[in-house]
Design a protein around this ligand. Sequence first.
Ligand code: ADP
Ligand code: MG
Length: 673
Amino acid sequence: MFKQPLTLLKGVGEKKAQRLKKIGLETYNDVLFDYPFRYVDRRTVKKISDITSGDVHVIEGIVVRKRTKYIAKTKKEMLILDVRSDYYTGEAVFFNAQYILSHFEEGTRYFFYGKIEKNGPNFKMMQPEYAPLSNTDFLSVVPVYNATNGITQAELIAIHRQVLSYCLNQLDETLPDSLIKLANLPSLKFALKEIHFPSSRETYKAAKRRLIYEELFFLQLRLMLLKLNYHKPNLPPFSLDQLNVYKGRLPFQLTEAQENVMKEISEDLRSGYSMNRLVQGDVGSGKTVIAFLTLLAAHENSYQSILLAPTTLLAEQHYENFVKLFPEVACCLLTSNITNSEKKRIKEQISEGNISVIIGTHAVLQEDVNFKQLGVVVTDEQHRFGIRQRLSALQKSLRPHALIMSATPIPRTLSLILYGDMDVSVIGQMPSGRKPIKTHFVGKSKQAEMYAFIQSKLTEGRQAYFVCPLIEASETMDLKSAEELYEELKLKLLPHKVGLIHGKMKATEKDEIMHQFKSGELAALVSTTVIEVGIHVANATMMVILNTERFGLSQLHQLRGRVGRGDEQSYCFLLSDKLSSTSKERVETLVNSGDGFVVAEKDLELRGPGEVFGLRQHGIPELKLANLIKHQDILTEVQKHIKTVIDEYQMGNLEFKELIQKQNNNLEKWFTL
Ligand code: ADP
Ligand code: MG
C-alpha cells in the first residue's frame, strides 16, 4: 500500500489535491489503481494534406506568432497561435491564455493533437493537446483518465507517470509465483505499467488479462474461504427417519428433481456440519415443500427453525399452507403486521422453546428474537437478500443449517460468484401435468379481442391477474393507474367481481382481498408487483401485464409464473403501446420461451449482471476491469485454479498458506459493508 498523499508530487499543491480528492484520488495507491477508461493512439504524425477535415490526429507545426484576444463576455483572454505546417497556415486556439502563453516560443516546432478543421489552405484546432518536439513520450498510446474540473488530461497523465515511476520499483507481487506460472500471467509490475501506458496491443492485452484475473481471483477466493469457514463440525447429525412419514402426508408425490434435492439436503443435515445450500428452481418448480421438509427435519430433532419470506403476503401464505398440512407442529407467524403485544407473547414462547417453526419476514431476524435452540434457517427467494444478511443470519446463533431458495436461474460460473460460499442444488423439472403457459403480445388493436377471451374464461370459472407497473420515482402516480384500471375493469368485466391490491394498503385489507381471490369470490385481481413473488392460486390461469415496457425481463418471467400452476391451460398477455427495441426483444424472449434459464441468459445479455443480480446488494465489491459476463472464460479459469490452490493449501503447501491466511483474516471486512 502506498499511502503517500498526492501533494508530494511535483505540480500538485493543496488546491489540486482537493480537486483530485473529488474523483477519489488521495494517495499514490489510488492513482496507481486508477485505470484509464480509454486510450488515444498518438503514435503517428500526419501531414495535413493527408487529413480529412474534422478528424483527430497529431500534426507537427511551427509557431509563427503568439497573440492574445480579450473576450468581453467571459472577461478572459484567449490565446491564438499562428501555426505553419507544410504549406498550410492555421490557428491553434486556447481559452486559458495566461496559463498556456508561457508554454510556447515563437519560431519553435511543436506537436499538436486534436480535431483539425480544414478550409482550403487554412486549418484550425481548438484547445489541442501539445508538446515540444523533444517530448517523444507524446507520440505514444496515451491513456484517458476519469477527469475533473480544473485538471487537464495532460496533468492527470503527468500525475500517473510520477506515481508509477515511484511505485513500480517497490511494488509487491500479489499473486503467488506458481499461480502466475500456472495461469501464464505477466507480473503485477508489468501489468500496471502497461495498463496505464501500453507499449503494444499484445502487451496491453496481457496486462489487462492479468488484472482481470486478479480481481476475479480474489473475489472468488474470498467467497470460497467463506464457504470453507462455515464448513466446520457444528450441529449434531440430524436423524431423518420421520421425513418419509411427512412426505407421505403431502397431497402429491415429489418429482424426481425434488427427491434429488431432498437427498442432498438430507446428507447435509446428517453430516454434523452446518449446511450452507442454495436451491435453485424456476417459478412453480415446487421449492416450498423442500423448505417445509427441511423445517420438519429440524422439528424432528428438537431444533427450532425459521422460514424467511421476502414479503408479508408470502410469509402469510407459507404459514397457512404449513399449518394446514402439519397442524400438530407448533408454528407461528412473525411479521411486522403483528401487534406488539402479540409479538411479545410469541417471542416469549419462542425463547421458552414452545414454538418449533417460525415463519416470517426478514424483520424477524432484525429484531432480537432469542431462540431456545435454532437449527435451521430457510430463506425464500434469495435474490432479495444479500451476503450480508446471510452472515448476520448465521451469526445469530450456533451457525444453524442454512438453506436458500431462489427462482433466478444463474449460469454456473456466475453462481459460483454470487453463491460462491454455498453448495448449489437445482430443481430442473416441473411437477408433471403442467402445460406451458401461452404468452401473447397484445397491441392496442388486439385489446378488445383479449378482453372478450378473458370474459369467456371468467365465465367458465377461471380467474385473472392484472398487473400495473409501480415505479419508485412516482409511486403515487402508478398506484393511481392501478386504481384507474380497477375502476375500469369493475364495469368492463361485469358480472364478475374485481379486486384491487397494492403495497400501500393496510395489511388487513390486503389479507382480505387475497382471501377473497383465493376463495374465488373475486374473479379478477388488479395489482401492483406485490404479487410478483410466490403467490399461489391454481385456478388463476390468466395474467395480464400492462405497460410491459416498464418491467425487466426476469421480473416479467416471475410475474408470469403466477399462472400455469394447475392442470388448466394458462395464458399470459403482455400489453404495451410503445415498445422500444429492447422491450421488443424482451417480449419476444417471453413469447418464445417459458424456460427460466433462457430468460435469465437473455436478461443478462440485455442488462448485465450488475443490474440483474444487484451485485452491490449481494455485498459484492465493485470490479474495476472485470465483467462477470464478458470475462466468463477468465472466470472459469480462475475457478479451476482456485480449486488447485485450496487443495494444495489443505495438503500443506506453504506458498498458498500465507495467501489464504491473509485473506481469511479479512473476510469480514470484504463482505460486510
Ligand atoms: P416455487 O418453486 O415457485 O416456490 P411452489 O413451491 O409454490 O413453487 O409450488 C408451486 C405449486 O406446485 C404449488 O401448488 C405446489 O403445491 C405444487 N407442487 C409442488 N411440488 C409438486 C409435485 N411434486 N407435484 C405436484 N404439484 C406440486
Ligand atoms: Mg416460492
